[in-house]
Each structure stands twice: as C-alpha cells, then as structure tokens.
Design a protein around this ligand. Sequence first.
Ligand SMILES: C[S@@+](CC[C@H](N)C(=O)[O-])C[C@H]1O[C@@H](n2cnc3c(N)ncnc32)[C@H](O)[C@@H]1O
Length: 282
Amino acid sequence: MTDHQEVPLDWMSGGQGAPPSAELRPEVPHPARMYDYYLGGKDNFPADRAAAEQVLSLSPLVRISAQANRAFLQRAVRTLAELGVRQFLDIGTGIPSAGNTHEIAQAVDPAAKVAYLDNDPIVLVHGRALLAGSRPGTVSVLQADLREPKAILADPAVRELLDLEQPVALQLFAILHFIDDADDPYAIVRTLVDALPSGSYLALSHATGDFAPPEDAAKGPAVYRSATAQLSMRTRAQVLRFFDGLDLLDPGLVTAPLWRPDQAPQDTDHEVAIWAGVARKP
Ligand SMILES: C[S@@+](CC[C@H](N)C(=O)[O-])C[C@H]1O[C@@H](n2cnc3c(N)ncnc32)[C@H](O)[C@@H]1O
C-alpha cells in the first residue's frame, strides 16, 4: 500500500448516500492495520508495521493470539449460524481477512444478514471490495463508533438491514480492549444487549495480560499509547462481567483456541492472551 493522506470514500454512510472523506493518518499506528500485519495481511503502513514489530518483540505470542482470535471468530459465527441466527451485528469488523463473518454465516444460510461497523476509514475502503462479492441486500459496511451505542441502534442503515425485533448475534471480537474504562465499556455492551430480543447472542473476545509476567504486562499497552486507540487489557473476571445476565454457552469463557476447537490442541493454547466466549440472552 502506498502512503497517502486522504481517501475520499464514495461510501454509503448511514444509508444517506453522502460520501464522507476520511483521514487515514498513515504516519500514526492504527490497531486495525497492526492487526492486519499480525495476520500476515498487506493493508498496513510502515508506522503500523514498526509498532506491530515492537509489540511482537515483547511477545511472539501476540501473532499466535491474533490468529487464534480470528479462528475463534470463525468458529463462533459458524456455531451461531448453526444455532439458527440469521442476523449479525459485527462491530469492530477489521480489515477483511480470510473467513469474514458474512462468508461463514452465508455458507450456512445464503440469506443471513451482516451489518459490519467500524470507526476506521481504511476498513470502510476495503469494505467496498467485501460488498462487491456479497449477495445484494445482505451485507452493509458502515462507519460507526462503539462508544456511541445508541447511535448504532438508531442508525437507519442498521435498521434497514437488521430487524432488531428478531434475534441478533452481537459480535464484539477484539474491540472492547480498545474501549477505555473512562468510556464505560460495560454500559456500552449493556445498552446494545438490552436493545436485542430474547434468543439473541453476545460473542466477544478480549485481550488480557493474565498470562504475562507482571513486569511485561504494561509494555503492550505502552506501544499502543502512540497509536490511534489505547489498549486496555482486562482480567478474566473483568471480561466475564460483560456477560452478566446472559447464559454462557459451553465451554464458558476460555482462551480463544480452547473455545470449541476443531483442531488438535497446541502447547500454547492455555496462555494465548485472548479470552473468548459466546452467550445467549434468556
Ligand atoms: C483487532 S481488530 C479486530 C477485527 C475483527 N473483529 C477480528 O476479531 O478479527 C479491531 C477493530 O476494532 C476497530 N475499532 C477500535 N475501536 C473502535 C471503536 N471505538 N468503534 C468502532 N470500531 C473500533 C478497529 O478499527 C479495528 O478494525
């Protein structure tokens, strides 16, 4: 990718048809592009790669954790689709990678609908390609900020695609650790879950420092301090709180590779720094 400052997005925003312009800020490391680099993608800039390499030098497990997170996303979506969910609200979509939510859900039912939301303009740019290959009327890619859950629920484009009176899978994969305590991530999740009917699901994954030696736990967040979003690692107990009032599916909240694995266990499975779980709203 070549560096450039501004990309005009002829992107459907909120269904209004007005093309917003977006500042890509390639000189500032961005979590979506750093994550793309961990996954082996090419949609990242030198500043993203430098910051990502800094994090990887602190722990090579970060790359394993990113891959394990992506694999968990795919198993969780497949599980939800097989449970009969046909509507997916995927917030913090990320740059499209192999096995995106709509590809997995629509392999189970081609009519499954997916609203992708992200606050990163580069994700929206790539979303165009994603939409081009999808079945018309089943996928939207929208710019939104998780810190404004009421705006997400009121977004006409979300409501046009998803029927919020019917069960929805709310997907928050590897995004809540970018929400600072000051923005009250628990209230954000509660607002979204409260708006969904019984039979809906919450699927999430979250970075943790639970397995890092205490002297290393603060180093990853320190690298992200120079990025466009801060990293707030949380303990297992803190992540579990997101599921308050919901019924966790087996095997509960576990490290990402241990959630219904479909491959032989690896030695590192227990220390992959991502907590992962799926729960049903009773
Ligand atoms: C690590 S990626 C995860 C991508 C994908 N969900 C996955 O798990 O493979 C995190 C994504 O969250 C997005 N993000 C971070 N903070 C956000 C916010 N406040 N609102 C919306 N998206 C946000 C980033 O732009 C990035 O695309």
